[in-house]
Design a protein around this ligand. Structure first.
Ligand SMILES: NC(=O)c1ccc[n+]([C@@H]2O[C@H](COP(=O)([O-])OP(=O)(O)OC[C@H]3O[C@@H](n4cnc5c(N)ncnc54)[C@H](OP(=O)(O)O)[C@@H]3O)[C@@H](O)[C@H]2O)c1
Length: 303
């Protein structure tokens, strides 16, 4: 069962799980029970007091082995006004709570609740330190958001194994940050952002989907993990690597940080600063990255 399964990661993960022989269902803001992948609306999973809704929740949860929680309003889609911050948090926390209350009402618990989280849990700090899972969260908005998101996931214990994947920038041709960074490069006007020295922990979308599968299958995967490949790359390195693979020149000076700050406000912090993060805890569970460095990842995406 995947919440937010219609999104960029959910679509790729659904295809992988189906290929691996799993039955997959989604929970979404738009219900559609007619397809091979049943899409339950959030109203179906929120049992409320009516017996009908409870039956629907029972049908939706069925013999669900794992819930993968991907639902969430886009973090970098618009300026972080107070109202937008509320939507960003609620769309992650209240949705997890809705699934939990459906489990409580029906008495059906999955074996595992596996939630997305963000690598910005540690904040965006451009320094040499390599953040590990035992490091404390940042006090920034995005750090607090990740803490609340992960607390909502741990609400499933002791009934279910809980896993939180603190995800870096997901490299995919289908959306997210990469096409946005690559578009100006393609037109010959790409440039690093701000100092260009901010770290950009990242992961190829195939590796991330394989990591979710690994977390479903392995009972000893439990708790928080950095979902990054451990290749420490700066914004400038990434922009250059994209220009190289697209065979485009990179000649413009960096985009000044103050322009991004003026345009995006507080949100600009996740573009202008960034931390290094370790992949060792996940590697220690026996997970191998297919794309451990940027050239192979970009070559796979851009052919
Ligand atoms: N992509 C990345 O680089 C990246 C990096 C770090 C963490 N993550 C996290 O991984 C998760 C999945 O990422 P993604 O790139 O696949 O995101 P996505 O393409 O934006 O998909 C997220 C899904 O969440 C649902 N959603 C959106 N707004 C919502 C709202 N206000 N209330 C309830 N549900 C809402 C939507 O599903 P329905 O329309 O079907 O309801 C949407 O398809 C997100 O939580 C994201 O923050 C992603």
């Amino acid at each position: 069962m995947i919440t937010g399964g219609s999104g960029m990661i959910g679509t790729a993960l659904t295809a992988l799980l189906l290929r691996e022989g799993f039955e997959v269902a989604h929970i979404s803001r738009t219900e559609d029970l007619t397809g091979a992948v049943k899409v339950y609306g959030w109203d179906s999973i929120t049992p409320g007091s009516s017996a009908f809704a409870k039956e629907k929740a029972r049908e939706a949860l069925g013999d669900t082995r794992a819930v993968i929680h991907l639902a969430g309003a886009g973090i970098a889609d618009s300026r972080w006004t107070e109202a937008r911050k509320r939507v960003i948090i609620d769309s992650r926390v209240k949705t997890a709570e809705a699934v939990r209350s459906a489990c409580e009402a029906t008495g059906i618990w999955p074996e595992a609740f596996i939630s997305a989280s963000g690598i910005n849990y540690y904040g965006s700090v451009t320094e040499e330190k390599i953040f590990e899972e035992s490091d404390p969260p940042a006090a920034s908005f995005i750090g607090r958001c990740c803490v609340l998101w992960e607390e909502a996931a741990t609400g499933f214990a002791p009934h279910a194994r809980t896993v939180m994947l603190r995800t870096g920038v997901v490299l995919s041709p289908e959306g997210g940050a990469l096409p946005k960074i690559a578009a100006p490069v393609k037109f010959g006007v790409g440039a690093p952002l701000g100092s260009g020295r901010q770290w950009m922990p990242y992961i190829h979308t195939d590796d991330l989907c394989r990591m979710y599968l690994h977390a479903v299958r392995n009972d000893d995967v439990s708790g928080p993990y950095n979902a990054v490949n451990g290749d420490h790359l700066t914004n400038k390195d990434l922009t250059r690597a994209i220009a190289d693979v697209l065979r485009k020149p990179l000649w413009l000076p960096n985009v000044p940080g103050f322009i991004l700050k003026a345009a995006l406000g507080e949100l600009s912090e996740v573009l202008l600063e960034g931390s290094r993060a370790s992949a060792e805890k996940m590697r220690g569970t026996g997970f191998d990255f297919r794309f451990p460095e940027i050239q192979s990842a970009l070559k796979d995406i851009y052919g």
